[in-house]
Write a protein that binds this ligand. Structure first.
Ligand code: GTP
Length: 493
């Protein structure tokens, strides 16, 4: 009986406080029944094992000697407990403690043996049968080995109709079995709620293309260490989650080589509050490029070492593409694909500024299609459009990378030539004229252009330079068209 009471007490204590140390086990084994009784009585109010072992003030010879007294103590346990006798379908309910009766809502008269218990606790046969089978097998094994069963999670329909979740533990003591039902309904509900919130968060992040992550640098070096990524972060970076979390080095390998150092610098130099924001390219496996916007926060310890970096990552590939398209449309002529007037003016301002600061020469070429009205009148406006497109491509084809061609308006075009003087500009103009007139343009036949060129000079504004080129162009028109005139050769005025 004494070893049985020790086993019982150890079980009860471990359910409440976790696994006992060998010293604590020895204390329990060495205690007489009266002391054990005191401990069990103090169990509901004890905060820790030391509290319990310090409990005094309850001594009755009766408790020490009577098995009935032991059931009184079990009755006081804050955990639902049941004492049964025998195994299998004939497992007889001997005793249900107060907590069991109150929480699970049945009394001994409701469940004389387990055959009554199963249908009450588990009304759905599809759930009941495997549970009953597993319980019987475990109890038979526990009885044979005088051991405990592996705890089982069960969803019990209680007397009040509510389904509660318990972790059922049991141990066999002689011909008796002690079942202990630790309720984990709140835990499971919280876990389910958490899982659901996680699922919703993930779904919301998937819709928004937004992931989050935590970096734990090694030795304060943000370039080395481990990362935690949310599921959507894996999707954005195109990494298979089954490969596990990447190291910081593996993450850096996914970042476009031209952006890596920019990120490193930003993290190292970010503002006092630790926040930073950056857009960079990620090259996914297979080479697919993705643009991301990262918002991060660097957390440092008291010595200033980087402890953690946390942040979000947003896939902005679509926005980037849209932004690029808008920028393209705002700066390019829809018909010819060359720069539009606004962009030419902006480039002209830039060149003018450079000239003022360092006297770097540049020239403007202004070009107008000759008798273009006739093309429209003879072949129609659509053919006129085609002629303008064809001329644009021919013109762009003779220019170098930094030489900018654009449509100044109607059938008039401008070319900006950085680091080119008027002489160089007239050579470029000749090349353009040659490219335009060399072949006939579709069914419009041979098309010619008149060109004016002008070089930036001290005291001129960009607008005045453009006027000069315009005057040179008019001179070319006046001289019979299909020719080039330089501003420096114009009569004064
Ligand atoms: N098809 C087409 N025609 C255009 C476009 N923009 C302007 N034009 C036409 O270009 C013609 C320009 O005519 P004018 O200014 O009289 O000049 P021109 O006929 O080229 O004569 P010169 O410049 O004196 O040689 C007009 O008929 C405009 O309608 C365009 O985008 N497409």
């Amino acid at each position: 009986m004494d070893s049985d009471s020790t086993a019982l007490l150890v079980l009860v204590l471990e359910r409440r406080f976790g696994v006992l140390t060998p010293r604590q086990r020895a204390m329990v084994a060495g205690a007489d029944l009266a002391t054990k009784a005191v401990w069990l009585e103090a169990l509901p109010t004890a905060r820790c094992l030391d509290d319990l072992f310090a409990a005094r003030g309850f001594q009755t010879g009766e408790l020490a000697s009577s098995p009935a007294a032991l059931s009184d103590l079990i009755d006081a346990s804050p955990v639902p407990m049941v004492i049964t006798e025998g195994v299998g379908d004939f497992e007889r309910i001997v005793f249900l403690n107060r907590e069991f009766r109150q929480r699970i809502g049945y009394t001994e008269s409701d469940i004389p043996d387990v055959r009554y218990w199963w249908p009450l606790a588990y009304p759905d046969p599809a759930y009941r049968e495997p549970i009953a089978q597993a319980w019987k097998e475990r109890m038979a094994r526990a009885a044979r080995d005088r051991d405990r069963i592996d705890p089982m999670e069960v969803r019990i329909r209680c007397g009040d109709g509510a389904v509660r979740v318990f972790q059922a533990h049991a141990t066999s003591i002689g011909s008796w079995n002690l079942g202990v039902f630790v309720e984990i309904t709140a835990l499971r509900e919280a876990q389910e709620e958490l899982a659901l919130s996680k699922e919703w968060l993930e779904e919301a992040q998937r819709i928004a293309r937004l992931g989050h992550w935590i970096a734990r640098p090694e030795g304060g070096d943000p370039g080395r260490g481990t990362l935690w990524w949310s599921r959507v972060t894996y999707e954005i970076f195109g990494r298979d989650p089954s490969l596990g979390a990447p190291t910081i080095e593996q993450y850096r390998a996914l970042v476009h080589s031209r952006d890596r150092d920019r990120i490193k610098r930003l993290v190292a130099e970010c503002a006092d509050d630790g926040h930073y924001e950056i857009e960079y390219r990620v090259v996914r496996e297979g080479g697919e490029p993705v643009w991301v916007r990262e918002l991060g926060r660097v957390l440092r310890d008291d010595t200033g070492r980087v402890e953690r970096v946390i942040g979000t990552v947003l896939d902005v590939t679509r926005q980037r593409a849209l932004q690029q398209e808008l920028e393209y449309r705002a700066s390019h002529d829809a018909l010819t694909g060359l720069y539009n007037r606004a962009k030419l003016q902006q480039l002209l301002r830039g060149l003018e500024l450079g000239y003022r600061e360092s006297r770097e020469p540049f020239s403007v070429v202004l070009l107008d299609v000759d008798h273009f009205k006739t093309v429209n009148d003879r072949f129609g406006h659509a053919m006129g459009d085609e002629v303008l497109q064809e001329l644009s491509w021919r013109m762009a084809g003779v220019l170098e990378a930094e030489q900018h061609a654009g449509r100044w308006g109607g059938e008039e075009f401008m070319v900006l030539l950085p680091r080119v003087d008027e002489h160089g500009a007239s050579i470029v103009a000749e090349r353009i004229a040659e490219a335009v007139t060399r072949h006939e343009v579709a069914c419009a036949g041979r098309v010619t252009v008149s060109i004016g060129v002008a070089e930036m000079r001290p005291g001129l504004s960009g607008g005045a330079l453009e006027n000069l080129a315009d005057r040179a162009l008019y001179a070319a028109k006046g001289d019979g068209r299909d020719c080039i005139r330089r501003a420096s050769e114009l009569p004064p005025g």
